[in-house]
Design a protein around this ligand. Structure first.
Ligand code: ZN
Length: 504
């Protein structure tokens, strides 16, 4: 029999979100329970389990799964102490209970975590596991392509398997790829050789959309490498530009069977492909003032139709932002816009005020600026409570249960604000739809995600504007004040030079 342990640690944070996240933000499961639930799921673990199930000799040994319910801020020190103890204990158990009998470990990791007292939590865990379980068994690590591939992660993984799509739709396939590579390592007499090339760049924008953008060229090359007989895994980890840690940058990683020179060539080629296009991998942003004027003009012009999509990626909860930005709502309320706006907001206090008032009643509330008051000024307004919910809903993207905590729908003048207690992912429409709000029945909608699948907002939009609002995940990277990441780095510094650094 072949015993493969699986381990999961998933969180993405923004260092510029002024709050901290805690262990309570994680769904933590141990033992068999979490994989029973995950067998059907449309993500990495589901894909890996399906693949392992095709091999009768494989016994899956689940260790621990810690998935943050949402992205968020840096993990508080005490919470990391607590969480890391639980994570390392599960590895200790693996070493003792299964002493010497585990054949391999699959680590499913996002890669963009940071704690106040540990800038590289994933690397810490991989190093710890290596120390406990030894050098002889293979470790395969899958990562979100916004993960930061640190030196420890690279050194202690035999193969890194990154996502190949943005917006991410290949989580399941990534799990399948990771499991297939694992089975090759276990059943064939092969030696993987991994090469990492560091690229001093932080990139954003439409060209990152793999279906249509220039970044797709890099990933098509990665797929071609994987399709080769000698190809085990290839990809590019662009890093979450908001996770400001000492190793934040773009990394290319290529793993081939025993072919260092070729792997180096491929990895360098991919790195250069990104580098030559870097200037186009930025977002052209429109000021809030100009975005409001364009919204008013679009709505007033009888020749135009369709909803105006106001993209507020600066408050993207799925990238780690606080979600309490009222910047666009405030600008619309202060303007002459006669249409109806739909906007999402995180505001626990406003939710409680609305619940106390009850459905159908009017209430005076302060909206926004509860988590990040340095960026957002609370907005005093009169609202009517239209709906109260528990905030649980199934995502249209992954059919996973997402939990916003108690949630209310408020009418503010002729606009609608869907207010949750906790931040939830907003990279699809499910938060709005599950609360009875069809974005396209409004004249304008605030979308707090840099990119959703095109059919969700971009294609049906009457006008689509990337707004330069303040926020802890602003694509205006220079506005954030990075202090940790290596410098110089594009686009924070001028005249950055790319000299491929191989495996440093
Ligand atoms: Zn990502």
């Amino acid at each position: 029999m072949t015993k493969i342990a699986i381990f999961q640690l998933m969180q993405e944070i923004s260092s510029f979100n002024p709050s901290t996240s805690t262990i309570d933000d994680f769904a933590i499961q141990c033992g068999a329970a979490w994989i029973e639930h995950d067998t059907e799921a449309n993500h990495e673990i589901g894909g890996a389990l399906a693949q392992f199930a095709e091999h009768n000799e494989v016994i899956v040994v689940p260790t621990i799964s810690a998935r943050s319910n949402s992205s968020g801020a840096v993990l508080a020190a005490a919470s990391w102490d607590d969480l890391s103890t639980r994570l390392t204990s599960s590895i200790d158990d693996l070493a003792t209970e299964h002493g010497g009998t585990i054949d391999a470990v699959y680590f499913c990791m996002h890669g963009a975590m940071a704690a106040e007292n540990e800038m590289d939590p994933e690397g810490f865990i991989l190093a710890y596991a290596r120390e406990k379980l030894g050098n002889k068994i293979p470790f395969v690590t899958s990562m979100d392509l916004h993960g930061i591939l640190t030196t420890r992660m690279f050194e202690h993984s035999d193969v890194i398997v990154p996502y190949h799509t943005y917006p991410h739709v290949d989580q399941y396939e990534t799990g399948v790829r990771a499991a297939k590579v694992m089975m090759r390592l276990l059943t064939e007499d092969i030696s993987p050789v991994s090469v990492r090339v560091q690229v001093p760049a932080l990139v954003r924008g439409d060209e990152l959309v793999t279906e249509t953008g220039l970044f797709g060229e890099c990933l098509r090359l990665a797929k071609q490498i994987e399709e080769r007989e000698l190809g085990l895994a290839a990809g590019m980890l662009i890093g979450n530009p908001f996770t400001d840690v000492p190793e934040l940058q773009t990394n290319v990683v290529v793993t081939l069977v025993g072919e260092e020179e070729e792997a180096t060539q491929y990895a360098t080629e991919m790195g250069e492909l990104l580098w030559v296009h870097r200037d186009r991998m930025r977002v052209a942003l429109t000021s809030i003032e100009d975005a409001v004027i364009a919204t008013i003009d679009h709505h007033a012009d009888p020749e135009t139709n369709g909803t105006v999509v106001l993209v507020d990626a600066a408050d993207a909860t799925s990238s780690g932002a606080s979600g309490d930005s009222n910047a666009i709502l405030a600008a619309i309320l202060a303007s002459d816009f006669l249409g109806r706006l739909l906007a999402p907001l995180v505001d626990a206090a406003a939710v409680q005020t609305a619940i106390d008032a009850g459905v159908g009643n009017s209430v005076t509330v302060r909206l926004g600026g509860t988590v990040d008051p340095a960026r957002f000024t609370p907005l005093d307004c009169q609202a009517k409570v239209r709906l109260i919910s528990d905030g649980d809903f199934f995502s249209e993207s992954f059919k996973l249960l997402w939990r916003g905590g108690p949630t209310v729908v408020l009418d503010v003048e002729n606009h609608t604000v869907v207010v949750s207690t906790n931040p939830v992912n907003l990279f699809d429409r499910s938060f709005f739809l599950s609360h009875g709000c069809d974005p396209f029945s409004y004249d304008a909608v605030v979308v707090k995600s840099p990119h959703c699948e095109p059919h969700m907002y971009k294609e049906p939009a009457g006008l689509y504007i990337d707004v330069d609002a303040p926020g802890s995940t602003s694509a205006n990277l220079k506005s954030l004040g990075h202090t940790q990441c290596p410098r110089p780095i594009f686009p924070l510094d001028d005249d950055v030079v790319f000299q491929p650094r191989i495996n440093e």
